[in-house]
Design a protein around this ligand. Structure first.
Ligand SMILES: NC(=O)c1ccc[n+]([C@@H]2O[C@H](COP(=O)([O-])OP(=O)(O)OC[C@H]3O[C@@H](n4cnc5c(N)ncnc54)[C@H](OP(=O)(O)O)[C@@H]3O)[C@@H](O)[C@H]2O)c1
Length: 311
């Protein structure tokens, strides 16, 4: 072989190895080092001690875990969900931690002004520093098997609500920065399903891809004032993921929320927990045909569990 070509190949090989090593180091930093660091002082110092966080979907699952952890970091809370009795229980539980808690009961499957107005009104007199858009809903079926009402509900809850509340509440976050000099945080919850084309849950995947494409550009538009995280977890043991228990891939919502809070302000987009990031990396390496077959089989199985629950 021509010696010049050999030298070129050696340089190319060294470059590829360097890029792989840097990618791996960054992965370890994001998914292993950051979650190991204590967050209490960091979050309250960064976003302002005694400021308020609004969390949607806060009465259960991941939203509840975000609320509990933000309360433990000293943030006062506005909790938004559908069922008043669950919100009341959460309010009583969190107030014992010495934080103030407001609740707003709203069914966001009705995407009208009258649904969102009370949510906007709830923060008007508050110093809002953190917004977690966590409400979400899913359906697992072949596309034509999705009832029309479910299709409308998914678009209202996942797409319309995330876009509207981000638009409505962003000015409050910017006011917080202007008034206090502290940064504000926006965490929009998507899903790994939004990162891949996912047969069997194509509509949910499209909604979650929408959330990612809405969220990430805001990190640049408001880079002086705002920390933005497009959070894309995998399976968590919540009501939404019917029948799943913590296991190799399935983590608890508390683990997921802790990972997200450790990364906000450091990265713009994340799967949160290292196990979920590893799974996403494995999925990305699979040939598309194999991945599609796996996804469809898993989605249809979850669809059967949903049907059994009457969804
Ligand atoms: N679970 C998973 O495996 C998984 C994986 C990836 C991403 N995610 C995403 O993570 C987020 C949280 O999921 P989760 O599993 O924690 O869900 P979950 O346990 O089912 O909790 C859903 C929360 O959203 C509220 N909610 C649902 N529909 C609503 C509506 N129409 N109006 C108002 N509130 C409504 C519920 O309120 P009520 O209790 O009052 O009904 C509850 O507080 C979602 O965005 C989901 O897409 C979940």
């Amino acid at each position: 072989m021509n010696p010049n070509v050999l030298v070129l190949l050696q340089w190319l090989g060294a470059f590829v190895l360097l890029v792989a090593a840097l990618t791996w180091v960054r992965w370890l930093w994001q998914y292993v080092c950051l979650p190991l660091q204590a967050q209490t002082a960091r979050l309250s110092q960064r976003y302002g001690a005694g400021s308020w966080a609004l969390i949607t979907g806060a009465s259960d699952g991941l939203g509840k875990a975000f609320a509990q952890q933000l309360a433990s970091h000293g943030f006062h809370l506005v909790l938004v969900a559908r069922t008043p009795s669950k919100l009341d229980r959460m309010q009583a539980e969190l107030q014992t931690q010495g934080v103030q808690v407001r609740t707003v009961a709203a069914d966001v499957s009705n995407p009208s002004d009258s649904t969102y107005a009370p949510i906007a009104a709830s923060v008007q007199d508050l110093d809002l520093s953190v917004l977690v858009n966590c409400i979400g809903t899913t359906v697992h079926r072949r596309y034509t098997d999705i009832p029309a009402a479910s299709l409308r509900r998914l678009l209202a809850v996942n797409v319309h609500t995330t876009a509207t509340l981000t638009h409505t509440l962003l000015p409050a976050l910017l006011r917080h920065h202007a008034a206090t000099g502290h940064r504000a945080a926006l965490i929009n919850v998507g899903s790994i399903v939004g990162r891949f084309y996912w047969p069997g849950t194509q509509l949910y995947g499209a909604c979650k891809a929408f959330i990612d494409h809405l969220t990430v550009p805001l990190a640049f538009e408001y880079r002086e004032q705002l920390d933005v995280l497009s959070f894309q977890p995998t399976v968590m043991s919540t009501a939404m993921a019917t029948g799943t228990e913590p296991a190799a891939i399935t983590i608890t919502p508390e683990q997921a929320a802790r990972a997200a809070l450790s990364q906000v302000g450091h990265v713009v987009s994340s799967h949160g927990h290292w196990r979920h990031a590893l799974l996403a990396a494995v999925f990305a390496l699979l040939p598309a045909g194999r991945r599609n077959a796996l996804f469809l089989a898993a989605a249809l199985e979850m669809g059967e569990a949903e049907k059994a629950k009457g969804e």
